[in-house]
Design a binder for this molecule. Structure first.
Ligand SMILES: Nc1ncnc2c1ncn2[C@@H]1O[C@H](COP(=O)(O)OP(=O)(O)OP(=O)(O)O)[C@@H](O)[C@H]1O
Ligand SMILES: [Mg+2]
Length: 492
């Protein structure tokens, strides 16, 4: 079907095929145990039973036999390399790429079966299946990363060069046994990821952000900037985003704390979600958007679209990095400014990290109540000074006091997320921005999380509780008919 495949595939290895091998050994006996070299194989059938054609599916997770090292791994790789070389000879991989994954798999299953028979490689049916899955992953997907991408319990995948792949599971970072053949294979995969969003990574432009088809956020930094090989960081996209109720179930916040967040969201207060890297800011922001009413026109601006709003009236915008010539960039500031001309009721900025802070404050101050954004900061007080610094660095040339006044009138509430040292994620503060006292923005904590100690497993023991302070948005809660909820949430 693919032109080149006229006769039986020959065993001659081609010049090193580009497609890399997955460095995952299957539990096998010696796969290289070749019988007397066969040459006449025109009608040869696979030694092992041909697996049934796979139903329509995504890439299959390869079995993670990362515990096998040394000899077995290298034998497996040799076998795979040699089969792959023959496969490249037999089919046109570009043509193959035009089919859907089930068809490719079927095609590869057929051809690999023939190659195995021709080379008289002894493989059991399950070994052959693993090999086919690996080859499909290499041809179509992200090779050794596929088994990790297929897992739903992983939050982040961190590839530090070809030999060290870490994952974050349940808040903890673990080293996996997954390896790439070499840096070239890893770079090849990085290239494939960024090519999908029309970009390129190489020595002249070694940094690139991209997105996988499933929405996962990817950052690539290659040599020479990353010294020990290409470094790839993937924030896995969770199809089912955590809701407020999930956060309650995980103990990130108490039911009453969640009720307070509900009042804050429903009263259209402007919210900044603050937190460190990976502390759960985006997740929390997404959960807070559940309190937006159905009909409200909401515009989201993000660097990489991660938010999943449930409401129907949402416009999603995404920034664009400059192209290879350095032109065509659309910054977050451009998006936020443009938003204002789109008749938004609420504006949501995925991450405020630069001069767009000014535009967001303007929007919050000019009737777009209920706007939200996230910011990198370790506590609510720091979040305020971060916004101030962003505006100062944006060259707006405003006196510090004016900027602070802007902040204090624009932002109503700061919700602080944190990833604690035991790996758990908590909402540590729900803090109200009260106003100004002299030159200082005044804040009052409404809800806080206090760490009391540690149990025998190293898990932190702590408590969320209201501080007993009465929020200044009380009247607003009354106006929105949420006073009773506020009374309950704060235990007043
Ligand atoms: N309260 C929580 N409990 C358990 N897991 C959580 C919680 N909040 C977030 N997570 C998980 O933690 C990971 C990181 O979350 P998220 O992307 O929201 O962090 P972030 O602070 O936005 O990160 P970044 O700084 O990289 O943008 C995700 O996999 C998410 O599902
Ligand atoms: Mg985020």
């Amino acid at each position: 079907m693919f032109g080149k495949r006229t006769g039986p595939p020959e065993a001659k290895p081609k010049t090193t095929p580009e497609i890399p091998d997955t460095d995952i050994s299957a539990d096998r006996q010696d796969p290289k145990k070749e019988a007397a070299a066969p040459t006449q194989v025109a009608a040869a059938k696979p030694v092992a039973a041909k697996p049934a054609a796979a139903p329509e599916q995504k890439l299959q997770p390869a079995a993670d036999h990362s515990d096998l090292f040394g000899d077995e791994r290298s034998k497996y790789n040799e076998t795979k390399q040699s089969i792959f070389a023959s496969l490249v000879d037999a089919v046109d991989l570009t043509e193959l790429g035009k089919l859907n994954s089930a068809q490719v798999r079927e095609e590869i299953t057929d051809i690999v079966g023939e190659i195995i028979a021709m080379k008289a490689i002894v493989l059991s049916s399950s070994e052959q299946q693993t090999l086919i899955t690996d080859i499909c992953n290499d041809v179509l997907g992200l090779g050794p990363l596929e088994p990790l991408l297929a897992r739903d319990d992983i939050a982040d995948i961190m590839v530090n060069g070809p030999n060290r792949v870490y994952i974050e599971v349940d808040g903890r970072i673990e080293l996996t046994g997954i390896r790439f053949r070499d840096n070239a294979q890893l770079m090849n995969i990085c290239q494939r990821i960024v090519a999908a969003v029309g970009r390129r990574v190489d020595e002249s432009s070694p940094i690139c952000d991209a997105r996988l088809l499933d929405g996962s956020r990817v950052n690539v930094i290659g040599p020479p900037l990353s010294i020990d090989g290409a470094t790839l960081t993937i924030r896995k996209f969770k199809k089912d985003k955590l809701r407020i109720q999930n956060l309650v179930d995980f103990g990130s916040i108490t039911p009453l704390g969640a009720k307070l967040l509900g009042v804050i969201g429903a009263c259209r207060l402007n919210i900044l979600v603050s937190g460190g890297t990976g502390s759960g800011k985006t997740t929390l922001l997404n959960a807070l958007t559940a309190f937006i009413e159905e009909g409200e026109r909401t515009i989201t601006c993000e660097d990489t679209a991660e938010l999943q709003l449930q409401q129907p009236h949402v416009v999603r915008l995404e920034t664009r990095p400059p192209n290879l010539e350095g032109a065509g960039e659309v910054s977050m500031r451009d998006l936020v400014k443009n938003c204002l001309r789109m008749r938004p009721e609420r504006i949501i900025v995925g991450e405020v990290r630069g001069p767009e802070a000014f535009d967001l404050l303007q929007a919050m101050n000019t009737g777009h109540d209920g706007s939200m954004g996230t910011i990198h900061a370790n506590n609510p007080r720091e979040a305020v000074s971060r916004v101030e610094n962003m505006i100062a660095m944006g060259g707006f040339n405003l006196p510090a006091k004016t900027v602070r006044e802007q902040i204090s009138s624009a932002v109503h509430v700061i919700v602080q997320a944190a990833r604690l040292r035991d790996g758990s994620r908590k909402i540590t503060h729900i803090t109200e921005v009260v106003g100004m006292e002299g030159d200082v923005v005044t804040l009052q904590d409404l809800y806080t999380y206090e760490i009391r100690g540690e149990d025998e497993n190293g898990k932190l023991i702590g408590e969320h509780k209201p501080t007993g302070l009465r929020p200044t948005f009380w009247d607003r809660a009354k106006y929105f008919g949420r006073e009773q909820d506020l009374v309950e949430a704060l235990g007043m």
